[in-house]
Write a protein that binds this ligand. Structure first.
Ligand code: GLP
Length: 236
């Protein structure tokens, strides 16, 4: 495996082993009393992680969570919302101190983003979990997003719409707009762990391994953070 400065790679055999490895990090941070707030991601990649989490008997009732993103115009009751995903996979089964989510139905979206960013600043993030899009997006920071961005209203690219619409249920139309933590907000987390499994994620990891930070591949900004671990099953 190639190497880049700052970023640690953890090679696993498959997604199952990768989710065990990530949960081990979460457990260690909790046991060392270094986990008071955690940033959470959605997507298929995260489902086995949340399974481990739910099945553990660890106590997270002093931990505050922040989700990365949410679709605009989708109600929290819809199975297509990230709020619903989080309740189904984690929040309804495990107790936390507080669980913050972006409200994609807010009347004033800019105001909603400011509210969320203020909360983030107040709490800080001890650990941020990330997946990655096929085009290298993190949260909903699509190619071209400013590296200084904070929580904002994000336009989704055709590539993301085509990938993510496959997960949309009940004939609901996928919105082309979302609310998302910015790249700047994510980079403020003390520690970042990104999971990437399967060939569809290879291009994004290879870009990162080239070692150049470019806005065309938002994932590459992680090269400027000093505590990033990438857990992957890909031979790179
Ligand atoms: C969405 C989310 C991202 C996530 C990505 C990958 O676009 N906004 O935060 O990383 O999906 O999803 P999956 O894990 O299903 O590949």
């Amino acid at each position: 495996m190639k190497k880049v400065e700052n970023v640690k790679f953890s090679k696993v055999d498959n997604a199952e082993q990768g989710s065990v490895a990530l949960f081990q990090i979460i457990k260690e941070e909790l046991e060392k009393d270094r986990l008071h707030s955690i940033g959470l991601a959605t997507g298929n990649t995260m489902i086995p992680v949340y399974e481990k989490w739910v099945n553990s008997d660890l106590d997270f009732s002093n931990v505050t969570t922040f989700n990365l993103d949410e679709y605009v115009g989708i109600s929290a009751d819809s199975p297509n919302s990230y709020a619903y995903f989080m309740h189904e996979h984690l929040f309804d089964k495990k107790q936390f101190k507080e669980t913050f989510l972006l409200n994609g139905l807010a009347k004033d979206l800019e105001e909603e983003c400011r509210r969320y960013e203020d909360l983030l600043e107040e709490h800080g993030l001890d650990l941020q979990l990330l997946g990655v899009g096929e085009n290298g997006h993190i949260a909903f920071n699509e190619p071209g997003t400013s590296f200084d961005s904070v929580t904002h209203v994000a336009k989704l690219t055709d590539s993301t719409l085509s990938v993510n619409s496959q997960l949309f249920a009940n004939d609901e139309k996928i919105p082309d707009t979302a609310l998302s933590l910015g790249i700047g907000s994510i980079l403020r987390a003390k520690k970042i762990v990104l999971l990437a499994f399967g060939e569809r994620k290879r291009a994004a990891l290879e870009k990162l391994l080239e070692g150049h930070v470019t806005a065309e591949w938002p994932i590459t900004k992680l090269l400027h953070h000093d505590d990033v671990t990438i857990i992957t099953d890909l031979e790179l």
